[in-house]
Design a binder for this molecule. Structure first.
Ligand code: ZN
Length: 298
């Protein structure tokens, strides 16, 4: 089945809630980057967290980039998401495997590290300066770190759960998550009830493995508390890289560096970090870039 995200409100509009099944897209990320289990779980959770942020906090053509830079062996993770449900991402060191943690789960905290920074940069079309919010990592398990970001940087009381289950053959069996946000006017009583429900909620990966859907997960959180589904959005791993973009980036290199590529390799190859796509540049194209730079200098 295809991945999708559900947007809802609950408890008479006191909460906004999102749940997503992102199994295919996390598996796609694993395939593209050849990630090993701990890196798969860390990148997968980051992709799901980014999707929950981008589909809940952006409008129209807005985009955001989440960067997690910790002191663990994966080093850093970068994910981009948009409001339409597209996400892409990569991890600096994809080949990270660790012993299971004390709970018998993949040690995401061990892979990411417990010290470091989560930063979110938002790009709004027509707005020249992107907005960046940054928080220190509080856990390294990522769900808590995204939650802390929302509370600190955006002042939105939230709860986020992120979870990935990796098969013994390294493929992804399930991946998904939820995000619940309290809206102004949420009563203390409703908040207490919600906190208890989230505490009792099994792992999203366990629920998805049982065949539960994103709608089922929201129903488990809110029970019979007036859950209203407003939108169901297909979500996918999608990279919007192009030769044109790489040309623009290459054209900013120093003429001496471009010349070296011509002399040494008779051209150049650029690889997209997000999706692994390769773009070839001929010596003639590189010479054109040098010429263009010289023309604009005079
Ligand atoms: Zn790409």
């Amino acid at each position: 089945m295809s991945d999708y995200l559900v947007k809802s409100t609950a408890a008479n509009g006191m909460f906004r809630a999102y749940a997503v099944d992102a199994t295919n897209l996390v598996n796609e990320a694993h395939r593209i980057h050849d990630t090993w289990s701990a890196a798969t779980a860390a990148l997968g959770r980051s992709l799901v967290g980014t999707l929950l942020l981008s589909t809940s906090g952006l409008q129209g053509q807005g985009r955001l980039t989440a960067k997690i830079q910790g002191n663990g062996p994966v080093e850093y993770i970068v994910c981009d998401g948009d409001a339409a449900g597209n996400v892409r991402g990569y991890v600096k060191n994809p080949h990270v495997n660790l012993p299971l943690n004390a709970k018998g789960k993949i040690d995401v905290k061990g892979a990411v590290g417990t010290e470091g920074v989560l930063s979110i940069t938002k790009f709004t079309p027509g707005d020249k300066t992107p907005y960046t919010g940054e928080v220190n990592l509080v856990s390294g398990e990522l769900g808590e770190d995204f939650t802390y970001y929302l509370a600190q940087s955006e002042q939105i009381p939230s709860a986020m759960g992120l979870s990935v289950f990796v098969n013994p053959d390294e493929t992804v069996e399930v991946a998904g998550g939820f995000l619940v946000q309290a809206l102004p006017g949420a009563s203390d009583e409703a908040l207490t009830k919600l906190e208890a429900a989230i505490k009792d909620l099994p792992l999203v990966s366990d629920l998805l493995r049982e065949g539960k859907t994103p709608e089922d997960i929201l129903k488990l959180i809110f029970k019979d508390d007036e859950l209203k589904v407003h939108e169901t959005l297909p979500v996918q791993f999608k990279c919007d890289c192009s030769k044109e973009r790489f040309t623009n980036a290459m054209a900013t290199l120093k003429p001496a560096d471009l010349q070296e590529m011509i002399d040494k390799d008779n051209g150049a190859e650029a690889v997209c970090q997000f999706c692994g796509k390769r773009y070839q540049f001929s010596a003639a194209e590189l010479r054109g870039m040098i010429k263009y730079q010289q023309m604009n200098k005079d």
